[in-house]
Design a protein around this ligand. Sequence first.
Ligand code: 57M
Length: 361
Amino acid sequence: MLYHLLYPLSDQFAPFNVFRYITFRTAGAVATAVLLALLCGPAFIRTLRRLSVGQNIREVGPQSHQVKAGTPTMGGLLILFTLVVPTLLWANLANVYVWLAVGVTLAFGAIGFLDDFLKVRRGRNLGLTARGKFLAQVGVAALAGALLPQLPGGAPFSPTLAFPFLKDLVIDLGLLYVPFVVFVLVGSSNAVNLTDGLDGLAIGATLIAAGTYAVFTYVAGNRVVASYLQVPYVAGAGELTVFCGALVGASVGFLWFNSHPAEVFMGDVGSLALGGGIGIVAVIAKQELVLALVGGLFVLEALSVILQVASFKLRGKRIFRMAPLHHHFELGGWAEPKIIVRFWILSGLFALLSLSTLKLR
Ligand code: 57M
């Protein structure tokens, strides 16, 4: 909004010329999101407590988690508020990708909210059925995938898949594009959801992923840089850098309260939204395959569950002490903070590796 209000005044007041720069508006979005979260967080958490929106801890979990019972959950509402407001404040609202990213994030958040709300109201860790949740996610993702090539304004969005390292390999997915987008969005949403099992773990990894995609979207939206680095140019994708900046700020702000010992959990309203938001940014920037690297921790956590369940069903034996992976180390005697920080370090290394794909082609 500020872009539309202040940039036109740059003729009368030259300093307002800065509002044309994505970098400046991204920095503004980061700062606004952090400030908003730190200002609104305490009152928001008090409200969750007053409304008894507390986390039910499942028996199956590590005993160490029982002390967390009653921790306010649905903190994802604060993340969404401190993500969307700065985005609408600092991004160019004529950019259709901004609205698609915000829309997909909020839609996944709504699915998570319903799940959290049912869990809290029933006083048990049983919200939406796994099938219901999955179908709702597939529906939102399919709509986003179908809409993308039809979006008004800007250059037509081609349903193609680019590959990291292989600059000349671009495949037109045609009708397979929608199922592909569904796979990316539903996969990333559930991967973040599974990862969100230790204080600050998911939000810290999200912070790193959002900062990494701020680079990828900036590059994708800049014709000169995209051409130099030989990555797909997506006209208008640069505005998503502002969205990624707001997501970095919102993550920093939430981590302030979610750090161990957590005063609040994000809930499915947060984890599903964050995964959906990172996923749609990766799709628009045409950097979907590299998401497996940027979100390397999320992939490891999801894989650990898939392997554990498969092994349990096929062999009747577990591979890990418990899945997802963070519980395996917890049951192995690692302290929670140590697991969290080491997993963040892994996330950071994955992010650096992903950025190397910009150069190694
Ligand atoms: C998402 N939710 C946390 C919190 C958070 C198939 C199976 C692997 C599915 C999986 C599952 O149900 N995952 C659901 C993980 C839960 O966190 C809540 O959920 C929101 C995110 N969706 O925002 O509201 C618990 O995680 C802890 N937590 C923190 N700090 C945080 O900042 O400590 C969360 C955020 C919270 C809190 O204890 O209650 C969760 O873990 O459920 N199931 C599992 O992950 C279970 N693993 C399992 O069953 N493994 C089996 C097989 C079937 C894979 C095995 O290994 O044999 C774990 N679930 C629980 N505890 N509750 C086991 C440990």
